[in-house]
Design a protein around this ligand. Structure first.
Ligand code: TPP
Ligand code: SF4
Length: 292
């Protein structure tokens, strides 16, 4: 970073709005990690757009000083992509819950990944619909009892890590607020990655989550991928570790493409520059579609 620039502190990204999450909710930790990562990145708040869907976790943009857009359930990614396309200079963060991102918004995910705009997507995966009082989410385990599955879920959970890897994301990581230094560093690296970056955060719901999903249990069982000698540039190895989702909490970077391809917005800018000299004026294009 340029030493002439003022150094930003985590507190510079904290808004005046007081979070209303339940005491002990994992999302508090995610918010702190976002503050830390943004201060390390060093972009001022007015150069950042933070987009979310609807859910407890989707409240997060309002607690930061960045420009925030708490959008519609499941539609955070399309809106984040639109913002990035309209103003590629902005640092764009997108966040929400596992319900928001993998259930109602699940159809947008493959397309956002393959389109590859330079943005960071943070999912606070708590295996439940928190805001609407504890219904079954798509990452909930088989047999999980909730208000909508009193005798236990009969549906196998989806595996978001495997999904996003197979769609071709250049950066895929997982962390938890039970490891604050690790989570902050992962978010920082995801933001710094030049392309679509996905971070699945196992963020416990203290109100509707189960005992084994809480931070104390996570701390006792989690394993860093680094301690397992995982090479984040090895895609096949990343797929292998990702298959353990739901059985073993692995934290760290599963995959980081060592040769990031150009982002969508970069390619668009190049195409525009190439076509500009011979481009048709907009009025002429409209005329071509008018009936004679
Ligand atoms: C179109 C639409 N359908 C349903 C809802 C109701 N709704 C709001 S949040 C939510 C799920 C929240 O769960 P998740 O996205 O996992 O976030 P969490 O609250 O757990 O952080 C639902 C079903 C809605 N607001 N809009
Ligand atoms: S209901 Fe769960 S996810 Fe929502 S604020 Fe409370 S602890 Fe957090």
């Amino acid at each position: 970073m340029d030493s002439a620039l003022p150094v930003l502190q985590p507190k510079d990204f904290k808004s005046d709005l007081k979070p209303i999450w339940c005491p002990g909710c994992g999302d508090y930790g995610v918010l702190q990690a976002v503050y830390r990562a943004l201060s390390a990145i060093g972009r001022p708040a007015h150069e950042i757009a933070f987009v979310s869907g609807i859910g407890c976790s989707s409240r997060i943009p309002g607690y930061t000083t960045a420009y925030g857009f708490n959008t519609v359930h499941g539609r955070a990614l399309p809106i984040a992509q639109g913002i990035k396309l309209a103003n590629p200079e902005l640092l764009v963060l997108c966040a929400g819950g596992d319900g928001d991102g993998f259930s109602i918004g699940g159809g947008h995910l493959p397309h956002a990944v393959r389109r590859n705009l330079d943005l960071t997507y943070i999912v606070m995966d708590n295996q439940v619909y928190g805001l609407t009082k504890g219904q079954l989410s798509p990452t909930a385990a088989l047999g999980r009892k909730t208000v909508t599955s009193s005798y236990g879920s009969l549906e196998r959970p989806i595996n978001p890590l495997l999904q996003v890897l197979s769609y071709g994301a250049g950066f895929v990581a997982q962390s938890t607020p039970a490891d604050m230094p690790g989570l902050s560093q992962i978010l920082e690296q995801a933001i710094a990655y030049p392309g679509f970056a996905f971070v699945n955060v196992q963020s416990p719901c203290v109100t509707y989550g189960e005992e084994h999903q809480q931070m104390k249990a996570q701390r006792a069982t989690m394993k860093t991928l680094a301690s397992l000698s995982h090479d984040p540039s090895d895609f096949l190895q990343a797929l292998g570790w990702a298959t353990h989702y739901g059985e073993q909490l692995h934290t760290g970077i599963f995959y980081r493409n060592p040769k990031p391809p150009p982002s969508y917005e970069q390619q668009l800018a190049e195409r525009r520059a190439k076509l500009a000299p011979g481009a048709l004026p907009r009025e002429r294009i409209l005329e071509m579609f008018q009936t004679r």
